[in-house]
Design a protein. Structure first.
Length: 53
């Protein structure tokens, strides 16, 4: 995810949850993105495995 996209999501989160510190929001956005990417990679690996069987 680009820094611009992270910044956009950070702003959206802070607008939704007023009072959230910028670094806290940015960290949450990065963690959420990393978790989603990991889930997607696991799903892709599982699909590859199933196709090869």
């Amino acid at each position: 995810m680009s820094e611009e996209a992270i910044e956009q999501w950070t702003v959206c989160l802070r607008e939704t949850a007023p009072g959230t510190e910028e670094e806290t929001a940015r960290g949450f956005v990065r963690e959420l993105y990393d978790a989603a990417r990991e889930d997607r990679d696991e799903e892709a690996a599982q699909a590859d495995f199933e196709r090869e069987e």
